[in-house]
Design a protein around this ligand. Structure first.
Ligand code: EPU
Length: 431
């Protein structure tokens, strides 16, 4: 068994950013974290090895691989970072608290373990920095498919007598990982499962495409009704993970906030319309090809833009903090309304400490653009909040120390190297 540590994450690492450099250049967008995680979990269902490429080097990916290896999965990585996963050797069906508490997406093993092995014990994820984030919708759907689920001592204990049954699931609200868990549970179930009000996110489509590549029968992914006809077994195969639209969006904002210009390769503009539209309104000049995006601010200060987050194809909550960083130094007043998570404004007070003018009113952050932010020691509380503080630091006068950078390592591959490549003054210091 070979399990590489993919990122040199250290809990005490900090980033030091000296602001004021106009970012210019080209970078390659990595594979999407939120597609990689469910696809890794879905390999549990395969009867033959799976080879995944374009896998991002992220701490959440390492955690998921660690979780799979503890179950008995064999993972090998070649020199091009293609990952071969052989899950035919699974001997235990357990996701322990110590891993789930560091990564909520561990809940994604529940559906495939139940679908393939008829049993699973998965730690119940707790609340997190962006909201309470319950998993009741996952559990209710799996119960409806015939799983017996009881929750005790902080664990979800699930089993099923025989196979899960295809049923109709009506999600009362759109849930991304909930939709993914049901898809994974349903591919080996008996009969047809229909998901109404399914999440439309491109990462859900990528999961369905991967599963279809290895023999599943899923139609409708990318629409709000997904139909999964259960099959008896899945094979193995090769699959390339989708590019990360949130990483791409974050670098576009980095260029925009500094008045710079950037070309992203391995980026898919067709899945980024909401973000590109807002950046255009902010006065960015944007040109796209099928798999690249160029943004040029021509040295100008952006204009502040109003945003309301919502499930795909709406403006993604995962880009909300980054757009707030842009708004706080842009010309004008703007309102950002967070509709997906109840507590996703933890970055606001840190930005205020850097000189931003932001007021919170319920689920709205109202900003008045200032001419200048100032470097300060700041602390990140979740992944996207960390990214937004780095963005604010890129335009701040003086040096910003961003603490608890392990959050950013969960979702951004080598962020300091990529930003340095664009001309930013940024370095990691090991605590
Ligand atoms: N919800 C429930 N009950 C459930 C499930 C969800 O009430 O059983 C609520 C949530 O509390 C939230 C809303 O439904 O208010 C939507 O949550 P969703 O389930 O869609 O979120 P998720 O699947 O836990 C994924 C991404 C998040 C991203 C959200 C929304 C992964 C691994 N995570 O989370 O990504 O913000 O969808 O798009 O795909 C990130 O990458 O930084 C990140 C947090």
């Amino acid at each position: 068994m070979l399990l590489l540590r993919l990122s040199g994450m250290n809990e005490m690492d900090k980033l030091l950013v000296s602001g004021g450099k106009r970012l210019e250049g080209e970078i390659y967008v990595s594979g999407a974290k939120n597609a990689a995680l469910p696809i890794l979990a879905a390999t549990i269902l395969a009867d033959h090895p799976v080879i995944l490429s374009n896998m991002p080097h992220l701490h959440d990916v390492t955690t998921t691989m660690d979780l799979l290896c503890r179950m008995g999965v064999i993972i090998t990585i070649d020199e091009d970072m293609n990952i071969e996963i052989d899950s035919t050797s699974i001997t235990n069906y357990y996701a322990p608290y110590e891993l789930v508490k560091t990564m909520r997406a561990s809940i994604l093993v529940l559906g495939p373990l139940l679908g393939k092995y008829g049993k699973a014990t998965v730690s119940l994820p707790g609340g997190c920095a962006i909201g309470t984030r319950p998993v009741d919708l996952h559990i209710n759907a799996l119960k409806k498919m015939g799983a017996k689920i009881d929750i005790s001592k902080g664990y979800i204990n699930a089993d099923v007598n025989g196979r899960l049954q295809g049923v109709t699931i009506d999600f009362p609200i759109v849930t991304v990982t909930g939709t993914e868990n049901v898809i994974m549970a349903a591919v080996l179930a008996e009969g047809k499962t229909i998901i109404h009000n399914a999440a439309l996110e491109p990462e859900v489509v990528d999961l369905a495409n991967f599963l279809n590549t290895i023999g599943a029968n899923i139609v409708g992914a990318g629409t709000n009704t997904i139909e999964i006809e259960g099959v008896n077994s899945l094979t193995g195969g090769e699959y390339k993970i989708l590019p990360d639209r949130v990483e791409a969006g974050t670098y576009l904002v980095a260029a925009a906030i500094t008045g710079g210009s950037i070309k992203l390769t391995n980026a898919l503009p067709r899945i980024m319309t909401a973000v590109l539209d807002k950046l255009r309104l902010a006065n960015a000049d944007i040109v796209c090809g099928d798999d690249w995006i160029e943004l040029n601010m021509h040295g100008n200060r952006p204009k502040a833009v109003n945003i309301e987050t919502s499930p795909y194809p709406g403006f993604p909550t995962d880009m909300q903090a980054q757009l707030l960083a842009l708004n706080v130094v842009s010309e004008g007043r703007a309102i950002i309304q967070e509709n997906v998570f109840e507590n996703r404004f933890m970055h606001v007070q840190e930005m205020v400490r850097m000189g931003a003018d932001i007021k919170i009113n319920g689920n709205q952050a109202i900003s008045n653009g200032v001419e200048q932010l100032y470097g300060a020691p700041v602390m990140a509380t979740d992944l996207r909040a960390s990214a937004s503080l780095i963005l604010a630091a890129l335009i701040a006068k003086g040096t910003t120390q961003v603490d608890r950078i392990y959050h950013v390592d969960r979702g951004y591959e080598r962020i300091e190297e990529k930003l340095s490549q664009l001309g930013a003054e940024i370095k990691r210091v090991h605590g």
